[in-house]
Design a protein around this ligand. Structure first.
Ligand SMILES: Nc1ncnc2c1ncn2[C@@H]1O[C@H](COP(=O)(O)OP(=O)(O)OP(=O)(O)O)[C@@H](O)[C@H]1O
Ligand SMILES: [Mg+2]
Length: 183
């Protein structure tokens, strides 16, 4: 267990099983892991920051040393402001490596004391990205197994407003049928 706080920054739009895999691994090696949502990464995100926070809150409720936060601007400044000593990042494929290496070295230049730690997800999640999940869901494809069930529901609600109504009716159905029988 590494003492102090590490931050796991990202846009989490939406959180995927890959993110959760990394959060679980990170929470085992750091005393505290702060999952930090970057507030303005995309001009038109699919989920608002509040929605992403809410999803992550439910998904990490059982991990006692995981805390959630949001930030804007330079990640190293944010890390300094909460006294984090490490940054956790995930590496999926070679394609991630180039960008992540650049970021890690730039961040080291900006703040030499902040260490970047990379972790690999379980191989079954090594191709999962939020962008891919958004694209598949938007095209009506299944995202089962790529995101937690909660996120699957939120995606359906977001993309098919009728779904929420339909779901509410289903939950309501037995009660209403019961009333009818009594009448
Ligand atoms: N499946 C995954 N396995 C391991 N690390 C991941 C996975 N998905 C995301 N990460 C890592 O999580 C961090 C935050 O990523 P981010 O929020 O950009 O997710 P993303 O899936 O890359 O989203 P987008 O496709 O919108 O860029 C990054 O370090 C990224 O490499
Ligand atoms: Mg990304």
């Amino acid at each position: 267990m590494i003492n102090g706080s590490a931050i796991y920054p990202g846009s989490f739009d939406p959180p995927t099983n890959g993110h959760l895999d990394l959060i679980q691994r990170g929470s085992k090696i750091f005393e505290e892991l702060v999952v930090a949502i970057l507030r303005n990464s995309e001009k038109s995100p699919m989920f608002s920051v509040a929605e992403r926070l809410e999803m992550l809150r439910e998904l990490t409720a059982d991990l006692k040393n995981v805390r959630l936060d949001t930030f804007d601007g330079l990640m190293v400044e944010y890390a300094k402001s909460i006294d984090a000593t490490c940054v956790l990042r995930g590496i999926r494929a070679i394609s991630d490596y180039e960008y992540e290496l650049q970021m890690a070295l730039m961040n080291r230049k900006l703040e030499p004391t902040l260490e970047t730690v990379f972790m690999m997800p379980a191989d079954k999640y090594s191709y999962v990205s939020s962008r891919l999940v958004r694209e598949v869901a938007q095209a009506g494809g299944p995202v089962k197994g790529l995101v937690p069930e909660l996120v699957e529901h939120k995606l359906r609600e977001k993309l098919d407003p009728a779904y929420k109504l339909h779901d509410a009716r289903l939950n309501d159905a037995p009660r209403r049928r019961g009333k009818k029988r009594r009448a």
